[in-house]
Design a protein around this ligand. Structure first.
Ligand SMILES: *Cc1c(COP(=O)(O)O)cnc(C)c1O
Length: 369
């Protein structure tokens, strides 16, 4: 029995991904130990935040970094920092930023719902989202046209949640931002490369701690020192309800160290092996088809996509199958982004020993009767 079953909750098979609704990821013993040790001593938090920023920057190539409670918090605090420039009087006024330069230009196809609406995170930091272009087409002129004397930053979102076609590239956004003397902010919350966007010339890049890094619940923003100084100051203002504890910070630092030393190719191979098993076994179930697909955002993530076989009548929709997967015990969560198109995807990354067999067994039960 796991601790959640002990308090009367169902066990969950996470075949969905690094999902907030399921607890994102699990902690390795090393990361858990670092969090425990961090929680058992006192420290001057301001010094810890500075030191953590220094350490994070070694892994990102940023001039400095600010640790946060989540990527969402990093977005809010970065925007609050850019609007107030660390000025105490302005900081004390937030989230009211009336009359200040407070506009954040974002492509319409990037203004997504990632589990919460992006415009909400921008507003929470005192920003006013200005969406450029249309949902499926944005051209450089749309970005230029959205910039006013109240613009404080351009914001690029790198995510599978975004519209992938018809958008302006990060490099073009960067050049437009810099031509106007504005910073380019990048949300790379779920990305796996912690150096790439700084190396490409982004001024501020936001990451989530519990996704690729499998850290304690946390996040950070990395980039130019001046901006990071302004972000850190927000902990004395709007950032207070978003504070991260010392244990969360120490867990994140350990996870960064582990991530750097991990054999990522081996992990991808092992995950593809699980996908191959799932495709083969699910493919044998009458009425179902399964194939390996790659992540829409181009990351080295492979998943087993399951659809109904139109040649075999099983009298059951994919919605119904998904409902039964979730309602069983343990509760099985597949990815459902394309459920409206009759597809569910099994993500091998969060699966633990025995999960793939359980998924196949449960699907057979559902289809069988
Ligand atoms: C997950 C995600 C976030 C939020 O990350 P949290 O750490 O959960 O706040 C923000 N943006 C994108 C694109 C995401 O995928």
């Amino acid at each position: 029995m796991n601790v959640y079953e002990e308090i009367g909750l169902k066990r969950v098979v996470n075949a969905s991904g690094r999902m907030t609704i399921l607890g994102v990821s699990t902690l390795s013993d090393e990361v858990a130990q670092a969090a425990i040790a961090g929680g058992q001593s006192y420290v001057v938090i301001e010094d810890l935040i500075d030191k953590a920023g220094e350490i994070i920057s070694r892994y990102t190539g940023g001039e400095d970094s600010c640790v946060t409670s989540s990527a969402s918090a990093a977005i809010c605090l970065t925007i609050a920092g850019l609007i107030t420039k660390g000025n105490k009087v302005l900081m004390d006024r937030l989230p009211n930023s009336d009359g200040l330069a407070n506009e954040i230009v974002i492509q319409k196809g990037h203004s997504v719902h990632y589990g919460a609406p992006m415009p909400t995170m921008i507003r929470l930091g005192g920003g006013v989202p200005v969406e450029a272009g249309t949902a499926n087409e944005v051209v450089p002129e749309d970005i230029e046209g959205a910039i006013t004397d109240k613009t404080v930053a351009l914001f690029y979102v790198k995510s599978h949640h975004c519209v992938q076609k018809g958008m302006v590239s990060l490099e073009v956004m960067r050049d437009i931002a810099h031509r106007h003397g504005l910073p380019l902010m990048v949300d790379a919350a779920a990305e796996e490369d912690f150096r790439k966007y700084i190396a490409l010339g982004a001024d501020l890049v936001v990451y989530s701690g519990a996704k690729a890094l499998e850290a304690t619940t946390s996040g950070f923003v990395t980039g130019k020192k001046q901006y990071i100084d302004w972000v850190k100051k927000q902990y004395h203002g709007i950032g207070r309800p978003m504070k991260i504890g010392k244990e969360g910070i120490m867990g994140l630092l350990k996870a960064l160290e582990r991530y750097e030393n991990k054999d990522h190719e081996k992990e991808v191979r092992e995950n593809r092996e699980k996908v191959r098993y799932l495709c083969e076994e699910i493919g044998k179930i009458p009425g179902l088809k399964a194939q390996e697909i790659q992540d829409e955002a181009g990351r080295a993530i492979y998943r087993a996509r399951v659809t109904l076989d139109p040649a075999v009548e099983i009298g059951c929709t994919m919605e119904e199958i998904n409902r039964q997967l979730r309602e069983g015990n343990p509760s099985i969560y597949a990815r459902t982004e394309f459920l409206n198109l009759g597809k569910i995807d099994f993500d091998p990354r969060p699966m633990v020993e025995g999960d793939k067999e359980l998924i196949v067994k449960r699907l057979k039960e559902i289809i069988g009767g």
